[in-house]
Write a new protein. Structure first.
Ligand SMILES: [Ca+2]
Ligand SMILES: [Ca+2]
Length: 679
């Protein structure tokens, strides 16, 4: 009997058979029939053909399948079981089963072998925050006057109130010009320090600095202090004691020497020109000052001074700062024997600092050793919490061997970066070939000592980029600075294209080239208040008069308005900072391309497996098209990513495809293109 298929349901005559049986019937008839019409057909078949009928003659309902006219009826259960138990078919089954698993395992093994043996891109060396990020240099006096102290001078609380600006830009390190207590509350440069452990009241107090480092940390920002340890003020208590008592505790805290033949002990010169020695009537000796007479050099050969300086370093690290930019580093030590003159350099008129070969006063071995000792102090803090504390040093002659030595080596680390001011010396009219030479020669020097490169485009001691190189080149130079290998240093305001501002009622004094200030050169034109908006006091202060005049171009050169304009200096800067995250920019190789000429500068950044970038600058006087078709890595087509805000003379738009055999670039235009590199 077959009643087990009915589930106890007894169909009436003319009813549709239960589903299980219906499907069985379907298999006997046409398999192409739809399920919806099947029941009806089943009834018809039962009625018309009399081949399938329901019976109720016995106690159990049943279906009798009689003389169903089929050519193939499938295999019955008993028959199936008979074959299933046949040793031949058992062997076949097991063989297929085994083959299936053997194939599966083999495929797995092959896949693993392919993964293991396939050539891979080498993993890039992990970069630290000071390598990946951007340093933004703030002059605290000019950045933001806080609501608590509207004296027209910027301060630390002002910086706290503007932390979102750094976050918005995407920079991660904020370096702050010297903020220590100085002879006057209001010094021009903050170098005449009277107390290394106190903050100039103009800028706030220790609590303000702690609040700044805490708030900055919450935003993922690092605060880096500019620190001057070569000299102090003549009003520093150490100097007062030292001058008064040669045998006292601080008798040798400064560099003292008897005169010779009624004059200074030797021919050593000040950076400002003239002798570097000043006679002190109380002590009846000369003291040495590589800068002005108000800034006597500390004697770093004194163990007391060395320990004090290390403790000063510890003190500021304890306030939460993430490191230092050490200023005036090459001058830290002088020769122990101060009776020797420095040799005159032939051909340079005597009297200027450049006229002597400073073999006794600059970059002495002791200087490298002491900066390495300071590095060890920073390491003490890193050892405690694992966070690297940065040490940048201001060393002149950025690509010279003396500067490269500040990188140290694995056995004796010194600075993370000797600050590279090559771009600072760049003047208007520079050429593509000149730029190529500057960049490649520096990168070569740095690679030889396994150092990490860096690029400073602006600072307070020279003209602003917009004034020095021309505002049309602001975006183009930002493309170079931010997209070549190394850590960029941005000077506050350069990201919105601020220009030099003359002093009140005065004219702009020419700044000496390359950080070399003279005694009376107060080239403050690059220290004007940050232009936050277009109001009278540019959002810098609520006081009626800022300490220094604001620029005359604030209607467009201000952060607020530029934030709302896609193609502003500010937004292009932000895009470039963001682009630095790309693998090709972070880890890729850099090639200056053969198309580089006097008028054109072009380079690529390429990393295998990632989009490549092509940057092209037109430094000439005419719009032109550049042909990259002979460059082996560049395909026939690339995509425009960023274009100078000042570029208006051709039709290239962001996102548009560009034929690389003919890339149009307007006068002073910089253009960033992305492409799929060819190998
Ligand atoms: Ca203030
Ligand atoms: Ca010194």
């Amino acid at each position: 009997m077959m009643n087990e298929n009915y589930n106890g349901v007894e169909p009436q005559k003319g009813q549709i058979a239960p589903k299980a049986r219906t499907e069985s019937i379907e298999s006997l008839g046409s398999k192409s029939e739809s399920r919806g019409s099947l029941a009806q057909q089943t009834e018809e078949k039962a009625g018309d053909l009399g081949q399938v009928k329901f019976t109720k003659n016995t106690e159990d309902s049943a279906v009798e399948i009689g003389a169903v006219d089929v050519s193939f009826a499938g295999m019955g259960k008993e028959e199936l079981m008979k074959y299933a138990n046949d040793p031949f078919w058992i062997r076949v089954r097991w063989t297929l089963f085994a083959l299936f698993w053997i194939c599966w395992v083999a495929m797995l093994v092959i896949a693993i072998v392919i993964v293991v043996l396939a050539p891979k891109c080498p993993a890039p060396a992990p970069l630290e925050y000071w390598q990946k990020g951007v340093v933004y240099s703030v002059n605290p006096k000019s950045f933001q006057d806080s609501g608590l102290n509207q004296d027209g001078k910027g301060d630390l609380r002002g910086i706290i109130g503007r932390l979102n600006h750094f976050v918005h830009l995407g920079v991660n390190m904020i370096s702050i010009s010297p903020i220590f207590a100085t002879r006057n509350d209001d010094p021009p440069y903050g170098h005449e320090i009277v107390n290394f452990l106190e903050i100039n009241p103009t800028y706030g107090d220790l609590q303000d600095l702690k609040d700044l480092t805490t708030a900055a940390k919450q935003e993922g920002l690092k605060i880096i202090l500019d620190l001057v340890i070569n000299h102090a003020s003549t009003k520093h208590p150490w100097f007062v004691q030292s001058a008064a008592d040669a045998r006292g505790d601080c008798g040798d805290c400064f560099v003292w020497h008897d005169g010779k033949d009624g004059g200074p002990p030797n021919n050593w010169l000040s950076i400002f020109g003239n002798t570097s020695w000043t006679y002190d009537a109380d002590r009846k000796q000369y003291y040495y000052h590589v800068y002005g007479p108000d800034q006597p050099d500390l004697n770093l050969r004194s163990v007391k001074v060395q320990n004090e300086l290390k403790n000063i370093t510890r003190f500021w690290l304890e306030q939460g700062v993430s490191g230092f930019r050490l200023l005036s580093v090459p001058y830290l030590f002088e020769a122990a024997n101060m009776t020797v003159d420095e040799p005159q350099i032939p051909g340079i008129s005597p009297g200027s600092y450049a006229s002597l070969d400073h073999i006794h006063t600059k970059n002495l071995d002791e200087t490298y050793n002491f900066v390495s000792d300071l590095r060890a102090v920073l390491q003490e803090f890193e050892d405690k919490d694992g966070e690297h504390r940065v040490l940048f040093v201001e060393a002149e002659d950025s690509e010279g061997a003396s500067a490269m030595k500040y990188y140290g080596d694995a056995t004796k680390p010194i600075a993370d970066l000797p600050v590279n001011s090559k771009f600072i010396r760049q003047q208007a009219g520079f050429t593509g070939l000149g730029l190529k030479k500057e960049i490649l020669s520096y990168l070569e020097q740095v690679s030889q000592v396994h150092g990490w490169p860096n690029w400073v485009l602006g600072n307070g001691d020279t003209e602003r980029v917009a004034s020095r190189l021309g505002s049309k080149l602001i975006d183009a130079m930002a493309m170079v600075q931010l997209l070549i290998p190394g850590t960029p240093f941005t000077y506050y305001g350069d990201e919105i294209g601020m220009e030099d501002v003359p002093p009140a009622g005065g004219v702009i004094l020419s700044c000496p080239t390359g950080n070399k200030l003279t005694a009376d050169s107060h080239c403050n034109q690059a220290r004007s208040p940050y232009q936050w908006d277009s109001s009278n006091t540019v959002g810098f202060t609520n006081a009626s008069t800022p300490w220094y005049p604001v620029g005359s171009n604030t209607d467009t050169i201000n952060a607020k308005d530029q934030m709302g304009v896609t193609n502003s200096y500010l937004n292009i800067y932000r895009e470039l900072v963001n682009l630095r995250k790309q693998p090709a920019i972070m880890h890729g190789s850099m090639s200056v391309l053969n198309v580089t000429t006097e008028d054109i500068f072009a380079f690529t950044r390429i990393r295998k497996g990632a989009p490549g970038y092509l940057v092209v600058l037109n430094l000439g006087e005419k719009e032109t098209s550049v042909d990259f078709s002979t460059e082996p890595t560049i395909p026939t087509e690339a995509q425009a990513v960023i274009r100078s805000s000042t570029a208006v003379s051709n039709s290239t738009t962001r996102g548009s495809k560009v034929d690389t055999a003919s890339v149009p670039v307007g006068v002073s235009e910089g253009l960033v293109l992305s492409f799929v590199p060819k190998y």
